[in-house]
Ligand binder design. Sequence first.
Ligand code: AMP
Length: 151
Amino acid sequence: MIDLQTSTIVDQEIKELVIPIDNVAHVQLGNSLEHALLVLVKSGYSAVPVLDLSFKIKGLISKTLILDSILGMERIEYEKLADHHVEEVMNSKVPRMKDTDTFTRALELSINQPFLCIENDEGIFIGILTRRAILALVYRHVRKRQIIEQP
Ligand code: AMP
């Protein structure tokens, strides 16, 4: 259990906050944009990780990136969805961390990212850490301290 009793949460590891890969919606290199859009719409997420066949993180794909890529001058070119692949459109700059990194690092990276990809020492994707989970822990910590410090 992450310890909320101590005066600091900053040096704790983030392992326990990670949503494991089995519960993370994702797509693979080679998947069509149509498949990726289906995954995004059905899961309700705005962006998901793109993995290669050895489960290494290669990028992030989002509804916005896909829709941008099929915007023609005069119409939306839906036919492109089947003919193009996620690697042509994905963002290859992925905010990532190790599961042994500290909470402070997660807090810092999450300022600009709704979620962070977590990998092990071999670079294999093991899950994601959402800004929601980070904020929830900070909130619990702040509440606990308020209760302890009440006169
Ligand atoms: P949340 O903080 O739960 O609103 O999630 C923020 C973002 O993290 C979502 O928009 C997704 O891009 C991503 N995300 C959260 N949970 C998952 C999941 N189980 N699978 C894939 N992506 C997720």
